[in-house]
Design a protein around this ligand. Structure first.
Ligand code: RIB
Length: 306
């Protein structure tokens, strides 16, 4: 029985508008379709991990408001452990405005709200949960010092750390040195190391540069070109599955959460990346963040038929 998977990060309410094309500045685009769902990179990753079969705990902060209560109820439906879910009385639940055009590309803006109230003290209060995990997964939508505190606890207990450097913003070398597996997309890689990966060859160059900053293993995701794994000086390209994308929101989150689940089950990184690629391919065929995340049985069926 694999150890639990602890995910620390953001939870948002997503307000999604699907439009024929993304508006230019000052333009009004009509004929949109509206959907309100739950998202946030941390929450999406926790949902992906739980639906793929991991015993998942989520450490996060939502507002003491109706959205916060609905998000908590939603996590329970996916059997996610919520002992680490805090409620802020000062800040509203985090929210995101998402615009998606035909073909699945999106524009995303986020108001962090309660996500920025997730403090190192709160993470430290759940040190025992982190120390008994098989793996922890972090992203960049909560304060950096909160991630730093989680890494310190995990490293002290010998628990491996995955960091999904999303969204990209300033990070310390010290934090990167505490990361075992770094996951970046093309933009995040370019932001961090100055090399813009456009294909597996340039992704290898970026991954090599990123590995020299501390993380033992680096994964560069390349959308429809799959992903590049850099591990112990060796690069492995894992191709993507071909699907018709309607919405790419949370594809990266689905990848991260399911990758962690597969690693906890004992799969090596290339096998885990193939599993995660299948899950993320399935997610882009459906609209919305959490509604698009597939359950384990769908991922297994998809892998068998591909
Ligand atoms: O990665 C997608 C997520 O980013 C959305 O669900 C949105 O809430 C933002 O956090």
């Amino acid at each position: 029985m694999p150890k639990p998977f602890v995910i620390i990060g953001s939870a948002n309410v997503d307000f999604i508008m699907k439009v024929p094309h993304l508006p230019a500045r000052g333009e009004t685009v009509t004929d949109g379709t509206f959907l309100q769902t739950y998202g946030g990179k941390g929450a999406n990753q926790a949902v992906a991990a739980a639906r793929a079969g991991a015993a998942t705990h989520f450490i996060a902060c939502v507002g003491e408001d109706a959205f916060g209560r609905e998000m908590a109820a939603n996590f329970l439906q996916d059997s996610i452990g919520l002992a680490g879910l805090m409620r802020s009385i000062d800040q509203p639940s985090g929210s995101a405005l998402v615009m998606i055009e035909e073909g699945g590309m999106n524009y995303l803006t986020v108001a962090p709200g309660a996500n920025h109230a997730l403090s190192p003290t709160h993470v430290e209060a759940h040190a025992r949960m982190i120390a008994s995990a098989g793996l922890i997964l972090l992203q960049m939508e909560v304060p950096l010092e909160t991630n730093q505190a989680a890494i310190a606890i995990a490293r002290g207990a010998g628990v491996p750390v995955i960091l999904n450097y999303a969204p990209a913003h300033l990070i310390s070398q010290d934090l990167l040195r505490g990361v075992d597996i770094l996951i970046v997309n093309e933009n995040e890689a370019a932001e961090l190391c100055g090399i813009n990966p456009i294909d597996p060859t340039t992704a290898e160059a970026a991954a090599r540069a990123l590995a020299s900053m501390g993380p033992a293993r680096v994964l560069v995701t390349l959308g429809s070109q799959g992903c590049l794994i850099f591990d112990g000086g060796m690069a492995t390209h894992v191709p993507a599955f071909r699907v018709a994308a309607v919405d790419t929101t949370a594809a990266g989150d689905t990848f991260c959460g399911t990758l962690g689940t597969a690693l906890l089950e004992g799969h090596d990184l290339p096998a885990a990346a193939r599993f995660a690629s299948a899950a993320s391919a399935l997610s882009v065929t459906r609209f919305g963040a959490q509604p698009s995340i597939p359950p384990r049985i769908t991922i297994d069926d998809f892998l068998q038929s591909h």
